[in-house]
Design a binder for this molecule. Structure first.
Ligand code: PLP
Length: 382
């Protein structure tokens, strides 16, 4: 059976070069980076070289990069410490953030007396920038804005420059989850008014369980995990050296091949959109995902014209045909929990239909697109 992996926003295949680097570190550089002997120093060198490389890619200082177990931990570190240590009393975010942000904010809201405001979202999945400005201008408390760069479900791109400028004008701190953008877009943090970001290696062909937080120098952020002096006390615990080195190699290859791979995937996305439009009558593209200027090239989120009885088995049907993708619908039968993102964006009518997110990488092909669309078509017509 043909197998097709169209779930790259969930996680990506690890590049073979990355695996080779990780295996060599696991075999030959197994020292504890905190040890002062040669084994330890060699492991430590790997970590510090990675930190420098990442800082170079992002245009920041290496001391501003803190390794974490991934995007979720980085989001938690930033948001929790901003409230606990920086005196933040008001968080402005949106209802279409990843749960790593949303649930963290909701947890703090339920425990502390902080105020949370949600910036309005339009049907295209974009934030209302004027509403953001009015929330900022009327905020009397110390404020943290947390808005993701690229939405992981519908792919909308935030105008991060504009948000950074607004935060700067109104003296608010700005955190942006960049889990879906770093490794796919060239981001120069030195040109943005941004205080914190969260990044995860497994979204750009690196290993799972590793990522980092960018924490602007002198921001005053403090650790959440206590123990040893690793990460200069910011994040205790023996570093996962092989994962950190794997992330380094994955990011290096992503940026080295960025333009070429972006052009390839963009073309694939456009082909997927055109093929779906030409083959399946009534298919809809959620938010602005069919607009390559307003959404990431790495995914589409489509609303499929299907009867209610068939909706519940659509993903199962794709799965038994070897196709991996993600559900993106709020009210599919048989599912109690739908997408909190689509709930904010789609009409009641479209929420009754199944939506699917297909997300791409350089390993996908047009032949795979043809196969998936054919399977979908046959299922709809059956
Ligand atoms: C936008 C976004 N933020 C955060 C995360 C969580 O990252 P991690 O899996 O590294 O914890 C994800 C992963 O799906 C994501 O897409």
């Amino acid at each position: 059976m043909q197998k097709v992996y169209f779930d790259n926003a969930a996680t990506t295949e690890v590049r073979s070069e990355v695996i080779a680097k990780m295996v060599s570190v696991l075999k030959d550089d197994f020292g504890n980076p905190s040890s002062i002997h040669g084994y330890g120093r060699s492991a430590k060198n790997h970590i510090e070289q990675t930190r420098k490389n990442i800082a170079n890619y992002l245009g920041v200082k290496s001391s501003e990069i803190i390794f974490t177990s991934g995007g979720t931990e980085a989001d938690n570190l930033v948001i929790n410490s901003a409230v606990r240590d920086l005196g933040v009393k008001h968080i402005i975010t949106s209802k279409i953030e990843h749960h790593a942000v949303l649930h963290t904010v909701q947890e703090i809201e339920s425990c502390n007396a902080i105020k949370v405001s949600y910036v309005a979202i339009d049907a295209k999945g974009s934030i209302d920038y004027e509403h953001l400005e009015s929330l900022l201008s009327s905020s009397e408390e110390k404020t943290l804005v947390s808005l993701m760069h690229i939405n992981n479900e519908v792919g909308t791109i935030l105008d991060i420059e504009r948000v950074g400028k607004l935060c700067n004008i109104y003296k608010a701190l700005f955190h942006s989850d960049m889990v879906q953008s770093i490794g796919h877009y060239d981001v120069d943090l030195s040109k943005l008014h941004i205080d914190f970001t969260a990044v995860s290696a497994h979204k750009f062909h690196g290993p799972k369980g590793v990522g980092f937080a960018y924490i602007r120098k002198n921001s005053g952020l403090k650790p959440l995990i206590f123990g040893g002096e690793q990460e200069r006390g910011y994040r205790a615990g023996t570093e996962s050296v092989h994962n950190i080195v794997g992330m380094d190699e994955a990011l290096r290859l992503s940026y080295e091949n960025l333009q070429e791979e972006k052009a390839y995937i963009e073309d694939l996305k456009q082909y997927f959109i055109d093929t779906l439009k030409n083959t399946i009558e009534g298919v809809k593209f959620n938010a602005s995902c069919s607009d390559l200027d307003r959404s990431t090239y790495t995914l589409i989120n489509v609303c499929i014209p299907l009867s209610n009885e068939k909706s519940g088995i659509l993903l199962f049907h794709l799965d038994i045909n070897g196709i991996a993708c993600s559900k993106g619908s709020a009210c599919q039968s048989g599912s109690s929990k739908g997408s909190h993102v689509l709930t904010e964006i789609l009409s009641e009518e479209d929420l009754q239909k199944p939506s699917i997110r297909f997300s791409f990488s350089k390993f996908n092909t047009k032949k795979e697109v043809d196969y998936v669309v054919e399977i979908l078509k046959k299922f709809i017509e059956s």
